[in-house]
Design a protein around this ligand. Structure first.
Ligand SMILES: Cc1cc2nc3c(=O)[nH]c(=O)nc-3n(C[C@H](O)[C@H](O)[C@H](O)COP(=O)(O)OP(=O)(O)OC[C@H]3O[C@@H](n4cnc5c(N)ncnc54)[C@H](O)[C@@H]3O)c2cc1C
Length: 492
């Protein structure tokens, strides 16, 4: 295989995408170095396909030329999944954002991968339906990215995560072949290939079309803000509510440092003096919902709630949710940067693990704020640091590792919904025995022996991931290509 120069590759991609479908200007490429994590890497080009046919041709060309392809939705990922770690190209689905069909009788929708999550529910609202998985980033993140990360959100406590809402996928595999997985009918025979694909973080194929379930929007909804003096009291209330048999659709917790930042940003009336706040939501038939809401309020009061406030109308409800959903962005009020972890623990262990989170941050000499899906035991400690200070970056990473170790020790997991990407890659061995990791690698080898797609992600280095396939260029060669591309500037 001959090494293509950057110019040859770019010519081939332009022949597929036309002049406006490929970015090569170094200034524009810099915008694709990032996602929501703390790593950075520059691609040699960014492809902006408009169709699955174009994706087939791009992936085939790159596979033939030994050039890595990193799929990208909106780049809101929090584990470095869409960062082109070893150069290669970024394949962005930003121009594939159509809703191809809605079938309310069968409660399904067919969408392109670049569709922004919230745009689907907005489109469905007049029909009385919505799409359940609602990451807090839903105003920006794409459904393709959600599939790749198996994303959750505040309302997945009762509704389930993305994998529970997928029926079929169209994907382009690592050699450029386009296949359909799953079916319109539930439970097709054979292994659950849609399930295998969901959560694979762009490492075994590129999602080009999604057939998902949609659900009827509930007749009634009640949203409640409950304040406590401490995270411990709030955590105990979470367990008490769930063990009473009433499962709210959402149970979100924000601690004292988070509340100050959120209120300064959202002005939603969050009690900034509280030790912790729970945002609880109940959905169902009008008949009975007030009784259930009252019962939840009583349980919270019995567990030391100092304030229980029911949203009076849709406006107040939306303001409360806006505060929660924009909470990560609000952290800019209290720190220049944050490093977020996504460990999951049995919810009864919340008080103890939150104390360990605080201790880890203290040891690192950094502050921490917590905003998380308490009902699921899905923690999101936001470790605040200054990303211009390499020393602080190191300490933030060390505190993050300590927190993930604590999660695994109490029987939890290193990620609930943000994925492994490159950030958590080397922590996989904390959770999985070597034999399981080898099985993951065998699956990936079967799908992408050349490591064309999103290499160096998910599997710990040393497990074949970091080495790349034999036909792939080395990291140095890829960096050389990136330098060539940069040196050529506007001209190539
Ligand atoms: C403020 C904030 C709040 C968040 N809240 C939540 C939350 O509540 N729940 C949650 O689960 N996550 C949350 N996230 C994380 C993030 O938004 C999700 O992981 C989301 O699914 C990423 O979607 P994206 O389109 O931005 O994907 P990207 O970040 O662009 O990519 C993520 C991964 O998906 C792969 N990928 C993207 N598109 C495709 C495709 N078409 N085919 C194959 N692979 C693909 C990429 O290669 C990468 O590995 C939050 C992030 C932020 C910044």
């Amino acid at each position: 295989m001959s090494d293509p120069s950057a110019a040859t590759l770019v010519d081939g991609l332009r022949a597929i995408l036309g002049t406006d479908g490929l970015l090569t200007d170094p200034q524009e490429l810099r915008l694709y170095m990032y996602d929501g994590s703390i790593d950075r890497a520059l691609p040699i080009a960014v492809a902006l396909p408009r169709s699955a046919e174009q994706i087939e041709r791009i992936v085939r060309l790159c596979a033939e030329e030994g050039v890595h392809v990193t799929p990208r939705g909106a780049g809101t990922g929090l584990s470095g999944g869409s960062i082109p770690l070893c150069g290669g190209i970024v394949l962005s689905t930003a121009r594939m954002k159509s809703i191809l069909g809605v079938d309310t009788e069968n409660a399904t929708a067919t969408v392109q991968p670049g569709l922004v999550n919230l745009d689907l529910s907005r489109h469905l609202a007049p029909l009385g339906f919505h799409y359940v998985p609602d990451p807090s980033s839903q105003g920006a993140c794409t459904i393709g990215g959600n599939v790749a990360e198996n994303s959750g959100g505040p309302h997945t406590l009762t509704g389930g995560v993305t994998t529970n809402h997928l029926l079929a996928l169209e994907v382009v595999l690592a050699d450029g072949e386009r296949v359909r997985l799953g079916s319109r009918a539930p439970d097709p025979p054979g292994p659950d290939l849609v399930g295998v694909f969901c959560g694979s973080e762009g490492t075994i194929g590129v999602v080009t079309e999604i057939l998902c379930r949609i659900v009827r929007t509930s007749e009634s909804v009640r949203t409640m803000l409950v304040a406590f003096d401490s995270c411990r009291a709030a955590s105990e209330a979470v367990s008490a509510v769930i063990s009473s048999g009433i499962i709210p659709t959402a149970m979100e917790m924000m601690d004292h440092p988070a509340l100050g930042a959120i209120e300064a940003f959202s002005h939603a009336g969050y009690p900034v003096d509280a030790g912790a706040v729970l945002l609880l939501e109940l959905e169902g038939l009008e008949d009975g919902i007030d009784r259930a809401t009252q019962r939840v309020a009583d349980i919270c009061r019995a567990n030391a709630a100092v304030e229980v406030r029911l949203a009076a109308d849709d406006e107040e409800r939306e303001a409360l949710w806006k505060g929660r959903k924009k909470a990560f962005g609000a952290m800019g009020r209290i720190g220049p940067s944050y490093y977020v972890q996504d460990g999951v623990i049995p919810r009864t262990r919340l008080p103890e693990v939150l104390e360990r989170v605080e201790a880890a941050a203290l040891r690192a000499g950094l502050r921490v704020a917590n905003v998380f899906h308490a009902g699921d035991g899905n923690l999101h400690p936001l470790i605040l640091f200054d990303d211009h200070d390499p020393e602080q970056i190191k300490r933030a990473i060390a505190a993050g590792e300590e927190i993930l170790r604590a999660c695994v020790e109490v029987g939890g997991s290193i990620t609930g919904e943000h994925g492994i990407g490159m950030e958590k890659r080397d922590y996989m061995a904390l959770q999985f025995p070597q034999a399981t990791l080898e099985a993951f690698r065998a699956l990936r080898d079967a799908c992408d022996p050349q490591r064309t797609l999103n290499p160096y992600k998910v599997l710990p280095s040393g497990l074949g991931c970091a080495e790349g396939g034999k036909r792939q260029k080395t990291l140095t060669q890829m960096q050389e290509l990136a330098h060539q591309a940069q040196a050529a500037g506007e001209a190539y």
